[in-house]
Design a protein. Structure first.
Ligand code: PMP
Length: 384
């Protein structure tokens, strides 16, 4: 008969339980919808209403009050989680952390040097660093690729380098450290208890965070930089001011409302929901991969989490899958034949023997991914 309710895309039958054999699991993007159920449970407290005549000005009268209050909440959540030192540091808002990545490169690059600063990251790295540095095509900075190759070719000259350190790393979840020991931009998008044990407050000169992976509101486009040095702070501020005349006040108001909910109960409700969701997904994923010799995933290390006050395994946002068979050097294609869409290794300047699978999408996306992975492993073992 006809389904009573409309089924999700890939499902049919009278009770929507029949999965269409044609349907692929899309584990490509890092859209953090796994947090949507938490916000559904907190729908009223997290809602924002703005009257038409409110906050029309570029810099309306209470500019400092609201932005300052938001800054205080950012400091508060860092203190509560224990993931970053913010005392005595400057904070700058950006349109997502994306905008701040390039603002930071600009701020750290040397102005009066005759040669351009060398921007590097360690393979496998988030592709935006390379894309932005190339796109903005400045005389002050140039993307030079992998830190390890740079190190072996330029063993002494680490003076004019700007190194992106992504910790935990996208795609593999590793807690990275600087390789070159020059200027660094610490991208801490994933340094929250959902994804990794919090081992202590990060204390680097320039650290970047994003609302996208903290509360899941990627569409709000809000990030912030925590900066030690006043000159660097002023340069980042100048970049934002010239690019945008500042960050939307509507956005700031929404972020403030969300952070007020996030810090309730000392952050326990949000972080427990987020961590439990990720842990459950990793438990199930690990169980599927443990039955396979054809595919492997990254090793996860147990560390003491100061926030939860216990030793835990990391539960990274992405699975970094390796196809182990000699002939499977295009791992993306192997997975795609099994109706799984991931992001291929070369996107991260790694080998295509690797593919990244996103674990932070909706429950629906994750269930479909797990179903397709289970089938793939059953087929490997000749069970179907
Ligand atoms: N850094 C890393 C490592 C990321 O994975 C992402 C988003 N996937 C970003 C920065 C950018 O996020 P946003 O602009 O939404 O803050």
């Amino acid at each position: 008969g006809q389904p009573i309710c409309e089924c999700f895309d890939c499902y049919g039958g009278s009770d929507c339980s029949e999965l269409s054999p044609e349907c692929s699991a899309d584990a490509d993007s890092g859209d953090p919808l796994f947090l949507e159920p938490f916000w559904m449970q907190h729908a009223t407290e997290s809602a924002v209403v703005i009257s038409g005549w409110h906050r029309m000005s570029y810099r309306y009268a209470d500019y400092t009050t609201m932005s300052k209050e938001l800054e205080n909440y950012i400091r508060k959540i860092h203190l509560l989680v224990g993931n970053a030192a913010t005392e005595g540091r400057y904070i700058v808002f950006g349109i997502g952390s994306t905008q701040l990545l390039n603002a930071a490169v600009y701020a750290l690059s040397s102005e009066n040097s005759s040669s351009s600063s060398n921007v590097l990251a360690s393979i496998p790295f988030y592709p935006m660093y390379k894309a932005q540095t190339a796109f903005f095509n400045s005389e002050s900075f140039e993307f030079e690729g992998d830190t390890y190759s740079w190190q072996s070719n330029n063993s002494k000259n680490n003076e004019d380098v700007i190194e992106f350190v992504t910790s935990p790393n996208n795609p593999d979840g590793e807690l990275k450290k600087s390789v070159l020991g020059g200027k660094t931009i610490y991208d801490h998008a994933y340094y929250w208890p959902h994804f990794t044990p919090i081992t202590g407050p990060s204390d680097h000169d320039l650290m970047i965070f994003t609302l996208s992976k903290l509360t899941g509101h990627a569409g709000t486009r809000f990030g912030w930089a925590v900066i030690k040095d006043k000159d660097v702070y002023e340069k980042v501020l100048n970049y934002i001011s010239i690019a945008d005349l500042g960050i939307s006040k509507d956005t700031q108001l929404r972020v403030l409302k969300l952070l007020k909910v996030a810090v309730e109960g000392d952050g326990k409700p949000l972080f427990e929901f987020a961590y439990n969701t990720m842990r459950e997904r990793w438990d199930r994923l690990t169980s599927v991969f443990s039955k396979s010799t054809r595919f492997s995933i990254q090793k996860r290390h147990p560390l003491h989490c100061n926030f939860f006050n216990e030793t835990r395994l990391a539960s990274p946002a992405y699975a970094w899958v390796k196809c182990e068979r000699e002939e499977d050097d295009d791992c993306g294609a192997v997975l795609e034949a099994g109706k799984i869409i991931g992001r291929i290794g070369s996107t991260f300047s790694a080998k295509d023997r690797y593919t990244r699978l996103s674990l932070i999408k909706s429950k629906y996306d994750f269930e479909l991914l797990l179903q397709r992975l289970t089938e793939l492993v059953l087929r490997e073992n000749g069970s179907i």
